[in-house]
Design a binder for this molecule. Structure first.
Ligand SMILES: Nc1ncnc2c1ncn2[C@@H]1O[C@H](COP(=O)(O)OP(=O)(O)O)[C@@H](O)[C@H]1O
Ligand SMILES: [Mg+2]
Length: 344
C-alpha cells in the first residue's frame, strides 16, 4: 500500500493493467456509460479503459439499465427505476471476505436497500459513503445480522462470510457475531473495568485462565494503540476514559476475539480532531490483519483511510472502486457531484 500526493492510499494493483478487456465479466457486460459522463474521462487512449470500467460488471438485472443511459441515474432512482451499479474491476480482483448478493431490505413496507451486489475485499479498508439516510448503517448492520433485532425488517438475498451464508436459516447468529467486531458512533464501554471490557468476549465464552485473559487484554489494547495510556490503570472503570480513549477501548474489545471482519459505523463522529486522528491511524494499522468496513459521512476521512469506496444513494449502490479513483476520476458524474460536495 502506498500513499499518493493527495494523501490517498493507493492499492498495489495497477489500475491500468487490471482493466484489460480480456476479463469475461467485462466482455459480456453492456456499456452503461451515458452521454452525461464527466468530460475529464474523455481524453485520448484512455477511452476504452473508461468505458470498460463504467460497465456494470455484475449485478442483478444487467442490461435493464437503458432507462438510465440518457438521464441522470439519480433522477431515475428517485423515480423508482432500477439501475446497475458501476463496479470498478479492481474490486473484483480482490479476494472477498464478505460477498453481498442481490440484497434487498424493507423496514415494514418501506424498502431501504435495493439489489445490493458487492464484495468486501479481505485485509483492506472499504468505506461506505453517501448522503444521510441512504442505507449505509442498514447495510453494515446486516453483515452481522444486527437487523434481526428490528421486528419490521424483512430481507431478500443473502450475504456470505468467507463463503458461508450469513442469512441461512441454520446459521447460529451468536456464533456469527463472534466472527465480527462492531464499533458504533458513540463509544459504548461497559460500566466495568478497562480489563473486563477488553476480555468481555472471552468471559462470555467461559474463559477463566488468567494468563490467557492477561495476554488477550494486552495484545488487544496494544492492537488498539491504547496500551501505554491505560496499562497502569486496567482496573479503573472504562467510563473514566476520555471519548477517544473509550472508542479505542471499544476497538480493543472488538478485536479481542480476533474477528474476521471489523464493522465501524462512523466511529469518529463523536470525537475531536485529535482523537479522530488517532482512530484513523489505528484503522490503517489494523488493515491487513483485519478486513474493515467503515461507514463515514466524512469524505476526507474516507479518502485518507480507505482502499476502496462505495457510494450509495437512496438505498442503491451507485459506484464502487479504488478510493483514489472514486475521489479523483469517478466514472459517473453523479459520484463526482457527491464527492465534490455539489449535493448531499
Ligand atoms: N429502525 C428503523 N425503522 C424504520 N426505518 C429505519 C430504521 N433505521 C433506518 N431506517 C430508515 O432506513 C433508511 C436508511 O437509514 P440508515 O441506514 O440509518 O442510513 P444512513 O446510515 O446512510 O444515514 C432511512 O430512510 C431511515 O429512515
Ligand atoms: Mg448511519
Amino acid at each position: 500500500m502506498t500513499t499518493n500526493h493527495l494523501g490517498l492510499r493507493t492499492p498495489t494493483t495497477d489500475p491500468i493493467n487490471t482493466v484489460n478487456g480480456k476479463d469475461h465479466r467485462l466482455q459480456n457486460a453492456p456499456s452503461a456509460r451515458g452521454p452525461l459522463a464527466p468530460n475529464s474521462l474523455d481524453s485520448g487512449s484512455d477511452i476504452m479503459t473508461k468505458q470498460e470500467i463504467s460497465s456494470p460488471v455484475y449485478g442483478a438485472g444487467s442490461g435493464s439499465s437503458t432507462a438510465t443511459s440518457t438521464a441522470s441515474r439519480l433522477d431515475a432512482i428517485r423515480a423508482g427505476q432500477h439501475h446497475d451499479a458501476v463496479i470498478h474491476p479492481e474490486v473484483l480482483q480482490e479476494e472477498a471476505v464478505v460477498s453481498i448478493r442481490n440484497f434487498n431490505l424493507w423496514y415494514a413496507a418501506t424498502q431501504a436497500l435495493f439489489n445490493i451486489d458487492m464484495t468486501i475485499p479481505r485485509g483492506k479498508v472499504t468505506a461506505l459513503i453517501g448522503p444521510s439516510g441512504c442505507g449505509k448503517s442498514t447495510l453494515l448492520r446486516c453483515v452481522n445480522r444486527m437487523n434481526d433485532l428490528i421486528d419490521t425488517v424483512r430481507i431478500e438475498g443473502d450475504m456470505d462470510l468467507n463463503g458461508e451464508s450469513i442469512f441461512d436459516v441454520g446459521v447460529d447468529v451468536i456464533e456469527l457475531r463472534k466472527r465480527m467486531g462492531m464499533v458504533f458512533q458513540k463509544p459504548n464501554p461497559f460500566p466495568m473495568s478497562i480489563f473486563e471490557n477488553v476480555v468481555y468476549p472471552l468471559r462470555i465464552d467461559g474463559e477463566r485462565n488468567r494468563a490467557v485473559l492477561d495476554e488477550v487484554c494486552e495484545r488487544s489494547l496494544r492492537g488498539a494503540a491504547i496500551w501505554d495510556e491505560v496499562k497502569d490503570r486496567l482496573h479503573e472503570n472504562g467510563l473514566s476514559l476520555s471519548g477517544g480513549q473509550q472508542q479505542r477501548l471499544c476497538i480493543a474489545r472488538a478485536i479481542a476475539s480476533e474477528p474476521e471482519v471489523l464493522l465501524l459505523d462512523e466511529p469518529c463522529s463523536a470525537l475531536d480532531p485529535m482523537a479522530t486522528g488517532k482512530i484513523e491511524d489505528l484503522i490503517q494499522d489494523l488493515a491487513g490483519d483485519y478486513s474493515i468496513l467503515i461507514v463515514t459521512h466524512n469524505m476526507q476521512q474516507a479518502g485518507r483511510i480507505s482502499d476502496y469506496t462505495a457510494f450509495m444513494y437512496l438505498g442503491h449502490l451507485i459506484e464502487y472502486g479504488p478510493t483514489p479513483e472514486i475521489f479523483t476520476k469517478p466514472v459517473l458524474q453523479e459520484t463526482e457531484a457527491y464527492v465534490t460536495g455539489r449535493f448531499g
